[in-house]
Design a protein around this ligand. Structure first.
Ligand SMILES: Cc1cc2nc3c(=O)[nH]c(=O)nc-3n(C[C@H](O)[C@H](O)[C@H](O)COP(=O)(O)OP(=O)(O)OC[C@H]3O[C@@H](n4cnc5c(N)ncnc54)[C@H](O)[C@@H]3O)c2cc1C
Length: 498
C-alpha cells in the first residue's frame, strides 16, 4: 500500500470518532492523536466489541490474540445509528506434519487457475494440494454427547451466524440424518506446515475439540496448533446506508465489509472499494458511483443490503442476480472498465486492451456471420461426431450446435477469415452466439429494471403523505427512504398495489 503513488498511509488504532452537526469531522488515533477528516470509511470486521467463545471461556477480542475495538459503536449509536450482533466462527488448525494424508483424498487446485483480475499475468505461485476427509459416526457421537457444553447450545452465544458455513455442532444437530460431513484440510500458506480444517468450525471446549479432531480419518494423531472459536461482534444493519455506502444519519461516514452484516473476502473487498470510491468522490464534490443490479454483482449486493437488510451474515451468490446470464466473469472487464478508467482507477494501457478486446469480439461475430463453409467441409470436420449437414452454413449457425465449439472452428480455418483474436475474446464470442436467445431475453428484462431505477425519487418526498398507500408500506418506505422507483419495488413487503 505504501508504494501506491498519491496515497499517504498512517498506522495506529482508532480510539474515537468525532461527529458534529450530523457530520463526521475527525478521528482519534492512539499513535497520532486527533486527525481532522472530511470522510471516514469504517471497516472493522469482527473487532467492534468482539467477544470470543471457546467452551465456557469468554475472552474480549477482535480476533484471537488481538484486543477488540471498544467505544466506537457507542459513539455511532449516540449519533443515531442502530447496532446489532452477529457471530462467526473458525476451525482448529493442526500441524501438517502430524496429518496422515494416506487416509485422505488429494484435491488439487485448477491446473490453469482463472485469475480474479483480467489485468496482469496469472499467479505464478507454486500450488499445494488440499486433502479431503470427513466426519465419522464417532465425531457425531462426541458432538451429541457434549452438546450441552457448546456455547451455541448453552445460550452463551446469542447472535446469529452465517448460513453458508455452520459450525460442526450445528451441522450435526440440524442435519441428524447425515452421518458424515466433508472436511477439507487446507494449507495455511506456502511457508508453513499449519493446516486449516475447513468444515470443522467449532467453539467447543479445547478437550472436546481434541476428541472431535481425533475422530476424523487422517487426523487421529494430529496436533492442534490453534483451537477453534466463535466470535460475536457488532454490525450496523445496512438499511441505514445509502447506495453509496454512506450512512443516512451521519454525513461523511461510510461503512464497508463485515460491519455491514456481510461475511466473506469478495463481499468485504467489493464494499471497501465502493465505500472508498464514494468517500473520495464526495470529498472531491463529484457525482457518486452507484452500480446497478444489471451492471455488476456489486450492484446486486449493495441493493440487497440497503433495501432488504440481513437476517444472518450475507454472502453474494449468482442466484441473487436477475441478470446473471449477463453478469459473467468473462465480461467483467467489458462491463466495468469504462467506469474504472473514467475514475482514474484503470490505466490507459489496460483500458486500451479492453477496447481492443471489444473490437476483436465484434470483428469475430461479424466473421461468424459472413463466413460460410461448404457441406463437404462441415461433414469432413463434424461428420465423425455424428453431425449432419445438407447445405452450406454460416459459422454462426454451425456454432449454435452443442457438439461444435469455437476452438473447432478456429483450428479449422476461422482464424484465416478474421485474423488473430485472443482466447478470451474467442470464448466471449462463443458464449454470445451459443446463448444468444437467453442473453437477449436477459438484456430485455434488465432494460425494464434499469428504466425503473432511472426514475429518481426526490429526497424531500415525505412518504407518510402518500394517502393511497397502506400505512405499513408508508412506514417501511419512510424508514428505508429508497432513492429510485426500482428500489421502492424491491423493498420487502411493498406490492404492486402500493
Ligand atoms: C479464520 C477465518 C477464515 C476465513 N475464511 C474465509 C474464506 O475462506 N472465504 C471467505 O470468503 N471469507 C473467509 N473469512 C471471512 C473473511 O475473512 C471476512 O468476512 C472478511 O475478511 C471481512 O473483511 P473486513 O474488511 O470487513 O474485516 P477484516 O478483514 O476483519 O479487517 C478488519 C481490520 O480492521 C482493523 N481494525 C479493527 N478495529 C480497528 C481500529 N479501532 N483501528 C484501526 N484498525 C482497526 C483490524 O485490525 C483488521 O485489520 C474467514 C474469516 C476468518 C476469521
Amino acid at each position: 500500500m505504501s508504494r501506491v503513488a498519491g496515497l499517504e498511509t498512517r498506522r495506529g488504532t482508532v480510539t474515537g470518532v468525532m461527529i458534529r452537526g450530523g457530520r463526521v469531522i475527525g478521528i482519534t488515533v492512539d499513535t497520532l492523536g486527533e486527525i481532522e477528516i472530511q470522510a471516514l470509511v469504517i471497516a472493522t470486521g469482527t473487532f467492534l466489541n468482539g467477544v470470543i467463545h471457546i467452551g465456557p471461556e469468554i475472552i474480549a477480542g477482535g480476533r484471537i490474540g488481538e484486543p477488540p475495538t471498544t467505544g466506537i459503536t457507542e459513539v455511532l449509536v449516540r449519533a443515531g445509528l442502530q447496532a446489532a450482533r452477529f457471530k462467526t466462527g473458525t476451525p482448529p488448525r493442526v500441524d501438517g506434519k502430524t496429518v496422515d494424508t494416506s487416509r485422505c483424498h488429494e484435491e488439487r487446485g485448477d491446473e490453469t487457475p482463472v485469475p480474479f483480475s483480467s489485468f496482469g499475468p496469472p499467479s505464478a505461485l507454486p500450488k499445494r494440494p488440499c486433502w479431503l476427509t470427513a466426519t465419522t459416526p464417532k465425531t457425531h457421537e462426541v458432538v451429541r454427547k457434549h452438546i450441552d457444553e457448546a456455547p451455541l447450545y448453552t445460550g452463551q452465544i446469542q447472535a446469529v451466524g452465517p448460513r453458508s458455513c455452520p459450525s460442526v455442532e450445528d451441522k450435526v444437530m440440524r442435519f441428524p440424518e447425515r452421518s458424515s460431513h466433508h472436511i477439507f484440510i487446507e494449507p495455511e500458506g506456502l511457508d508453513t506446515e499449519e493446516r486449516y480444517l475447513n468444515g470443522l468450525s467449532t467453539s467447543f471446549p479445547r478437550e472436546i475439540q481434541e476428541e472431535i479432531v481425533a475422530s476424523v480419518p487422517g487426523l487421529e494423531d494430529a496436533r492442534i496448533t490453534r483451537y477453534g472459536y466463535a466470535i460475536e461482534y457488532d454490525y450496523f444493519p445496512p438499511q441505514q446506508l445509502r447506495a453509496t455506502l454512506e450512512t443516512k444519519r451521519i454525513k461523511g461516514l461510510y461503512l464497508a465489509g463485515q460491519i455491514n452484516g456481510t461475511t466473506g473476502y469478495e463481499e468485504a473487498a467489493a464494499l471497501g472499494l465502493m465505500a472508498g470510491i464514494n468517500a473520495a468522490l464526495a470529498v472531491k464534490r463529484e457525482e457518486p458511483l452507484v452500480l446497478r443490479r444489471t451492471q455488476a454483482y456489486i450492484g446486486v449486493m449493495v441493493d440487497d443490503l440497503i433495501l432488504r437488510g440481513v437476517e444472518f451474515p450475507y454472502r453474494i451468490y449468482t442466484s441473487r442476480a436477475e441478470s446473471r446470464l449477463f453478469l459473467r466473469n468473462d465480461n467483467a472487464d467489458i462491463r466495468l472498465s469504462r467506469i474504472a478508467h473514467s475514475l482514474g482507477l484503470l490505466c490507459r494501457a489496460d483500458y486500451e486492451r479492453v477496447l481492443a478486446k471489444e473490437r476483436a469480439i465484434a470483428a469475430l461475430m461479424k466473421g461468424l456471420r459472413v463466413t460460410r463453409w461448404s457441406v463437404e467441409k462441415l461433414e469432413a470436420i463434424f461428420g465423425p461426431r455424428g453431425e449432419r449437414f445438407h447445405e452450406s452454413q454460416a459459422l454462426e449457425t454451425v456454432l449454435k450446435r452443442p457438439a461444435v465449439s469455437m476452438e473447432d472452428l478456429w483450428e479449422n480455418g476461422l482464424e484465416k477469415a478474421t485474423g488473430p483474436v485472443e482466447a478470451s475474446a474467442r470464448r466471449e464470442a462463443e458464449l454470445l452466439v451459443k446463448y444468444e436467445g437467453y442473453v437477449r431475453r436477459c438484456e430485455s428484462a434488465a432494460g425494464k429494471l434499469d428504466e425503473l431505477d432511472s426514475i429518481r425519487i426526490p429526497a424531500s418526498l415525505n412518504f407518510q403523505t402518500l394517502q393511497n398507500m397502506r400505512l405499513l408500506s408508508r412506514e417501511r418506505l419512510d424508514a428505508i427512504r429508497p432513492e429510485t422507483l426500482g428500489q421502492v419495488a424491491r423493498v420487502p413487503g411493498i406490492t404492486a398495489n402500493d
